[in-house]
Design a binder for this molecule. Structure first.
Ligand SMILES: [Mg+2]
Length: 163
């Protein structure tokens, strides 16, 4: 099995904030810290940028699957300068549906990716059962438990046996 895509949850996985849909304008950014109009802060976790950069250089497709208003997600990604090939941002929590949409949109971009070629990273393990039931053998990692920091994701991919 080869990993061809890594799909991330956003809130509490890429950054410390639990719900970026609550943020209000005006927002400003300095480095890895975004501050909103009420002083609410979104801090990108250490290693996120490095890991995304390395994955992209390796030719791995990057996806985001997040329960947030699309306008909020796009705004925050743009301000923080975080880029993903496919962003699936919905006002419902069903990650398996978002992963299905990710696979369809990847194929529209010319990337045929099978479920077992996807690594999904989320701080909430309770999505994983639905993903396995509805989509198949997506490799799922619980952020902060299966891996303690972002760069460890690179090691998990290196250690996947190729066949
Ligand atoms: Mg989360």
């Amino acid at each position: 099995m080869v990993i061809k895509a890594v799909v991330y949850d956003a809130d509490k996985t890429l950054w410390n904030h639990h719900n970026i849909s609550e943020l209000v304008e005006p927002m400003s950014v300095s480095g890895d810290v975004l501050v909103d109009g009420r002083g609410d802060r979104v801090v990108v976790f250490p290693g996120v940028r490095d890991t995304l950069k390395t994955l992209r250089e390796t030719g791995i497709m990057l996806g985001l699957a997040t329960w947030n208003y699309e306008s909020a997600t796009k705004r925050v990604l743009s301000l923080l300068d975080l880029r993903f090939d496919v962003v699936v941002s919905k006002d419902y929590p069903y990650k398996f549906m978002m992963l299905m949409e990710f696979l369809i949109r990847a194929s529209q971009l010319g990337m045929r990716i099978k479920p077992d070629e996807v690594l999904y990273v989320d701080d909430r393990r309770d999505h994983f059962g639905y993903i396995w039931f509805h989509i198949g053998k997506v490799k799922c990692l619980e952020m902060w438990k299966d891996v303690k920091e972002h760069r460890e994701i690179l090691k998990m991919i290196e250690n996947e046996p190729n066949s």
